[in-house]
Ligand binder design. Structure first.
Ligand SMILES: Nc1ncnc2c1ncn2[C@@H]1O[C@H](COP(=O)(O)OP(=O)(O)OP(=O)(O)O)[C@@H](O)[C@H]1O
Ligand SMILES: [Mg+2]
Length: 318
């Protein structure tokens, strides 16, 4: 008898919370977007996926120019008015379609930051990032986004069914296309084994996918999207060797025929790379293949000893 009443009183709290979030939505929407289409932006048409960095320097903009005050909570007036120190310092490289470029380096070297400049989560401070010869600032954000598939370290899933999470990569995808992408990404059997199959709700209050499952689902999204460029930030968390093997197979499918930039944490991925770039404190300090770099006895050789070598961190690589 009491419970409807208590429900009613908590409904008020829910409503208030909802109103607060609603207000914040507008605040986010109203915030000046630093990244927008140029007035004369062109469509990136049928991209081949040649990615090029030319003397790229980057520092994060001052927090006060990009953040939304109320999301920062108490003491928000302490937001820094200064940009960060230099995070990338004169980075130049070029990828080729069908090739895997691996980016390695110590934690904090700037690997994730570098990858975020390709889909324009931020713009370079100086220098140029080009896709197919176009400065990314000269093409429409929509066509740029279409050209790039991203798999992050911890892929985000919406609180919705698995099939809805996949369709979001290609709204018009048929059931057959979805299933074949999931087979190629080595996640179909896992999904088919769930009581509700593809209708299983995932996320916060739904079925919680493991790290390896989420990465494979994100890879299935990339296959559905079929972009010219793939950016993969490998999970740092250790996967058991069976999952590791499945993720490797899924990756081989996803990277085939595309230009890929892989922030690599696993020896098997690094060995598969056509070129390895070693980033240290924002600079590319070495480049080459695994054998050359190891023989060089520099930063890479040291990283190999501490991170990548079989046994260094329970690495279950080939
Ligand atoms: N939004 C941000 N604002 C200011 N500084 C940032 C921001 N994000 C990252 N940094 C700083 O930039 C530097 C590079 O960070 P980044 O995440 O690119 O390193 P990383 O090479 O990807 O490291 P890891 O291997 O741990 O993932 C770090 O010093 C970090 O503190
Ligand atoms: Mg990172």
């Amino acid at each position: 008898l009491y419970s409807p009443l208590t429900d009613l009183s908590s409904a008020r709290v829910d409503l208030l919370t909802a109103l607060v979030s609603f207000e914040r939505c507008f605040e986010v929407l109203d915030a000046p977007l630093p990244i927008a289409d140029a007035d004369d932006a062109v469509e990136l048409f049928n991209p081949r996926g040649i990615l090029e960095f030319e003397d790229v320097w980057f520092r994060y903009p001052a927090a006060s120019t990009v953040s939304i005050a109320s999301l920062e909570g108490e003491g928000s007036d302490a937001l820094s008015a200064e940009p960060s120190a230099w995070i990338l310092r004169g980075v130049s490289f070029r990828t080729t379609p069908g090739q895997i470029t691996a980016l390695v380096g110590p934690t904090g070297a700037g690997k994730t930051t570098l990858s975020s400049l390709v889909p324009r989560l931020y713009d370079v401070t100086s220098g140029v990032v080009r896709v197919d010869g176009h400065d990314v600032r000269d093409v429409t954000l929509a066509s740029l986004t279409n050209a790039i598939g991203v798999v992050t370290q911890d892929p985000h899933l919406f609180h919705d069914s698995i099939v809805a999470n996949l369709r979001y990569a290609r709204p018009g995808a048929t059931e057959d296309e979805i299933v074949s992408a999931c087979r190629a990404a080595r996640i179909h059997n896992t999904i088919a084994g769930l009581p509700d199959g593809y209708d299983t709700v995932v996320g916060e209050r739904g079925y919680r996918m493991s790290g390896g499952e989420k990465q494979r689902l994100a890879i299935a999204r990339v296959l559905l999207k079929n972009p010219a460029i793939v950016i993969l930030d490998e999970a740092t968390a250790h996967l058991d060797s069976e999952t590791e093997a499945l993720v490797q197979q899924a990756l081989a499918e996803a990277l085939e025929g595309r230009a890929s930039l892989v922030i690599a944490h696993r020896l098997s991925t690094i060995k598969a790379a056509d070129e390895i770039l070693v980033l240290d404190r924002g600079k590319i300090v070495e480049r080459g293949d695994h054998g050359d770099l190891l023989a060089g006895g520099g930063v890479y050789a040291e990283l190999y000893e501490t991170q990548f070598a079989p046994g260094a961190a329970d690495e279950a690589a080939s």
